[in-house]
Structure formats: structure tokens, C-alpha cells
Design a protein around this ligand. Structure first.
Ligand SMILES: Nc1ncnc2c1ncn2[C@@H]1O[C@H](COP(=O)(O)OP(=O)(O)O)[C@@H](O)[C@H]1O
Ligand SMILES: [Mg+2]
Length: 271
């Protein structure tokens, strides 16, 4: 285990209900399907959906892990607070969001950061699901990440305005553009807005495009099964598996790790 450091993928967006959680779950499942050791972390602390989508009933959560770390800073172990998910041959672990709102409110960014770094030592991949805010916590996770998956959706004008604001903010904070992947989700959903127009507003092309597939997405949530496992022949599952397979193909991720930001989000915000 010595010297080993897993790769962190964060799933972020500037709008709600764009598919972050579904994408994070399916990224974890696809990586696990490839035989990699994966931990999925729910950092939508107040309204996390991972356990709900996977039909897990965690005994322990990230709030218990924080308590343990405060009580035993020297020998706390994040891995003791995980909930296993298993479907057929696919298995990964989940660090669940707190059960109580009060616990969620009292979570501390430096402790969460330390917990994720501990998991990084034990897992090949740590997938972090977030909320749609530029919070200290989300920025701390983006700093640790090798890839930031910026999930986009083309529905209404304010959503596009906020995507642009988010993309500009990431740039202002100094994140290397090669670390950010723009994923357009629900691409063929009915809208009067042209994707090309959105790309020209953003000043970049979407790196990946996932189709709108209500049936597959809903079935996945209803059955508690990631669609890359149970609906692997659907275009949605194939596209998402393709994103993940691209990330883990030799040479791709290692190259990005070298260009990781060193300064830290706080120093960049106030410099
Ligand atoms: N590609 C897709 N096609 C159809 N529905 C989708 C797709 N991706 C996500 N959804 C649906 O959108 C809703 C919000 O997804 P979720 O992953 O919870 O978003 P977020 O985590 O960004 O709030 C869910 O009901 C989910 O089934
Ligand atoms: Mg979510």
C-alpha cells in the first residue's frame, strides 16, 4: 500500500438535477466492472442521493467518520465507515452522506479532505459526487481531483448563464483546462436552444455527450442498479462506459496528474 495513491474524479455542475449523481454512480460501477477498487463518496451532505439511488441502508456515514477522526486523530480510518455495494461481480464501497441535517451542517471541510485523502491511499479510484455550488468543500475536492467532470445541460437560459459563470470561475481559479471535462447530459432532450450556440457562449466544445434516456435513468433508480451493469446495451450506458474507459486508458490520467494545481483553492481565491 505504501506510496500508492488513487485517482480522484469529482462530478460537479452549476445546476441542480442535471445527472451528477447518476453519472457518479455509473462511473464508479464502470470502474469496478473493470476490476478496479473503487470508493464512491457522497458530498451532497444535506440531500445526498447515492444511497437512495443504490438502495443502500448505511449503518455508518461520513458524520461518524468525522466524529472518529476528531476523537482519534492519529488512528482514525475512513475505510471503517463505508457501506459496500454489490451487484453480480460488480462491487464498490460508498461513503454515505450524514443521516441527520444537523450532522450535515456540522461537517468540516478539512476533515472531509483528510478522509478523502485516506481513501485515496486504499482505493484505485475515489469518485466524489458534489452539489451545485462553489463551496469551500467542492473547491477542496476539485483541488484533489485528477479530473473534474463538469456536467452540463441545455434547457433554460439561466442554466446556460450559470454554466458560463461556472466555467469562467474555474478558469479564474487557475484550474488547468485539461483537468476539466465538459459532459453534456440529456443532449437530445427537447429544447429550443442550439447546442452550437451554447458551445460558442462557453467558448469550448463539449468533451462528451450523453443522450436523454428517461426510461434507462428511471429504471436504474427504481431497481437500485447502475445502468452500466443492468442496461449496458443502451446508448446511454455505452456512452458513459466510453467516457470512463477513455479516462483509464494508459497514459491519459497520468499526464493530467502532472499538471495538477499546486496552490490550493483558498490562496487562489484571496490572492
Ligand atoms: N441522461 C439522462 N436521461 C434521462 N434522465 C436522466 C439522465 N441523467 C439523469 N437523469 C434524471 O435526472 C434526474 C436528476 O438526476 P441526478 O443524478 O439526481 O442529478 P443531480 O445529482 O445533478 O441533482 C433523475 O431523475 C435522473 O433519473
Ligand atoms: Mg445529486
Amino acid at each position: 500500500m505504501e506510496g500508492r495513491k488513487g485517482t480522484i474524479f469529482t462530478v460537479f455542475s452549476t445546476a441542480y438535477a442535471v445527472g451528477k449523481t447518476l453519472i457518479a454512480i455509473n462511473m464508479a460501477a464502470e470502474l469496478a466492472h473493470e476490476g478496479l477498487k473503487v470508493c464512491l463518496v457522497d458530498l451532497d451532505l444535506q440531500f445526498g442521493d447515492i444511497c437512495y439511488y443504490l438502495k443502500l441502508a448505511p449503518k455508518l456515514t461520513i458524520a461518524d467518520a468525522q466524529k472518529d477522526m476528531k476523537e482519534h486523530p492519529k488512528d482514525a480510518a475512513a475505510a471503517e465507515f463505508l457501506t459496500p455495494y454489490k451487484k453480480g461481480k460488480v462491487q464498490f464501497d460508498v461513503l454515505a452522506n450524514p443521516k441527520l441535517m444537523e450532522e450535515a451542517y456540522n461537517m468540516e471541510t478539512p476533515i472531509i479532505r483528510a478522509l478523502v485523502q485516506q481513501l485515496q491511499l486504499e482505493y484505485d479510484y475515489v469518485i466524489v459526487d458534489t452539489t451545485s455550488t462553489f463551496s469551500a468543500l467542492n473547491l477542496a475536492m476539485m483541488d484533489l481531483s485528477t479530473i473534474i467532470n463538469f456536467v452540463c445541460i441545455v434547457d433554460f437560459i439561466p442554466t446556460i448563464k450559470n454554466m458560463k459563470r461556472g466555467s469562467d470561475t474555474l478558469k479564474e481559479l487557475g484550474y488547468d483546462d485539461s483537468k476539466i471535462r465538459y459532459i453534456l447530459n440529456r443532449s437530445n432532450a427537447k429544447t429550443r436552444i442550439d447546442v452550437e450556440d451554447v458551445e460558442s457562449i462557453l467558448g469550448k466544445h463539449f468533451d462528451y455527450v450523453l443522450p436523454n434516456d428517461f426510461q434507462t435513468a428511471q429504471n436504474s433508480i427504481r431497481t437500485g442498479s447502475p445502468f452500466v451493469i443492468d442496461a449496458c446495451h443502451t446508448p446511454l450506458a455505452k456512452e458513459l462506459a466510453g467516457v470512463v474507459d477513455g479516462y483509464i486508458s494508459p497514459g491519459k490520467v497520468e499526464k493530467q496528474e502532472k499538471s495538477d494545481n499546486q496552490g490550493g483553492w483558498l490562496s487562489r481565491l484571496f490572492s
